[in-house]
Design a protein around this ligand. Structure first.
Ligand code: HSE
Length: 404
């Protein structure tokens, strides 16, 4: 029998205990031995919970118990999760975490400690919830060089954008609905401002190129400025507005960003709707790959954590190598990235057409029956150049990147 302990008995932590309990027998077969939850660390007590006797409040009980070989970290946030996880790894316990903030910030260091101690630090659930994406990146794509990762990496914002698109509603009322349904946090900033997707694309990009991508370096734009009028134009174009976390290799440069983007029906992520996540990966040998499923939620996320626990149980005292070195990956300047832009200007065609053509050359005009506006899509233009030209025009109502 192998003892695990769970740090944090919230949504995901309680899901991990539920998965380990519900699928106990099949998990034991796959792991080669029974997996027992010995302790659950939380500040709270859980009277009436079937596992209440396992709850402890002192982390040292777990750290100092040599019978605990695997620790699950589902607390979230960097503090104190980082100190706890590092201490567990240094004490020779493998760690499986769902914590994207922790992995994005300290992944390289924690992977190095696990390697030195011949144990494992796994984090399948940190990106895409229940979708297998980390292990495919580490194990299945070693024959390839990764050319692109584009992901709908946040369920809350995908739900909001899908509902705005299908029901023609504005951002604020859909956000409120998402909060009432429990999809969006009361403080939804990390989701709607793109910070959550930023951590996730930082992790995927670090794994793709084997070096530390600092999430602070990633250009990040959320969905708070997307309006129902933008959606009306997207619908007129037969397009959808999604928020992508993406990284692309162009020559020797790697560009990464989080931003809303218009895609049309030909894009493999077009049909990824509601709270689902989808991740498109392009390898230089394998070509296009798609990963799709539940990117959040108690049991999908717990499923991925438990898969890590099984993997850790199968490889006790043997580090499964993954390349994510501490050296910083220098991202290319986003201003140099080429992109098409959808642009809305105030004023009618007579007021705008000539100055738009002299600024951007020939453009694709977009009609959606919106009065006193002139909307168009540019050809490919460098981000920095576009920003200058948009400022010159002086009457931009909104602009959204276009990926078709
Ligand atoms: N808030 C996140 C989302 C949870 O909506 O996708 C999963 O990381």
């Amino acid at each position: 029998m192998l003892n695990v302990s769970v740090l944090g008995y919230g949504t995901v932590g309680s899901g991990v205990v539920e998965v380990l309990t519900t699928n106990k027998e099949s998990i034991a077969k796959k792991a080669g031995q029974e997996i027992n939850v010995k302790y659950i660390l939380d500040l709270r007590d859980f009277p009436g919970d079937p596992h209440e006797d396992k709850v402890v409040h002192d982390f040292n009980v777990i750290l100092n118990d040599e019978d605990v070989q695997i620790v699950v970290e589902t607390m979230g946030g960097v503090k104190p999760a980082y100190d706890f996880v590092k201490a567990c790894l240094e004490a020779g316990k493998s760690v499986c975490t769902s914590n994207k903030e922790l992995v994005a910030k300290h992944g390289a260091e924690l992977i190095a400690i696990a390697k030195e101690k011949s144990i494992n630090f796994f984090f399948e659930a940190s990106v895409g919830g229940g979708i297998p994406i980390i292990r495919p990146m580490i194990n299945c794509l070693n024959g390839d060089e990764i050319e692109e990762i584009s992901g709908i990496l946040n369920g809350t914002t995908n739900y909001i954008l899908t509902k705005m698109s299908k029901e023609g509603l504005d951002f604020d009322s859909v956000l409120k609905d998402a909060q009432d349904k429990g999809y969006a946090e009361r403080n939804p900033e990390a989701d709607v401002e793109g910070y959550d997707a930023c951590r996730k694309i930082a992790i995927l990009t670090s794994l793709a190129y084997g070096k530390q991508v600092d999430f602070e370096d990633i250009y990040t734009e959320g969905i708070t400025k997307i309006t129902d009028v933008d959606i009306k134009y997207a619908n007129a174009l037969g397009a959808a507005i999604k928020i992508f976390g993406s990284s692309k290799k162009v020559g020797n440069d790697i560009y990464a960003k989080v931003a809303p983007v218009m895609i049309n029906g030909e894009h493999p992520l077009y049909s990824v709707n509601d709270v689902f996540n989808g991740i498109f990966v392009k390898g230089n040998m394998v070509g296009d790959l798609m990963f799709y499923g539940s990117g959040a939620g108690k049991l999908p996320t717990a499923s991925a954590v438990v898969a890590d626990v099984v993997e850790a149980a199968k490889s006790l005292n043997a580090n499964l190598p993954m390349i994510w070195e501490n050296d910083k990956l220098q991202l290319a300047d986003i201003k140099e990235a080429k992109q098409r832009f959808f642009v809305r200007l105030s004023g009618n065609a007579a007021e705008n057409a000539a100055k738009v053509e002299s600024t951007f050359g020939k453009v694709q005009v977009v009609e959606a029956g919106v009065e006193n506006e002139y909307a168009f899509i540019t050809d490919q233009v460098k981000e920095g150049e576009f920003a200058q030209k948009a400022e010159q025009l002086g009457n931009v109502v909104s602009r959204i990147r276009v990926d078709f």
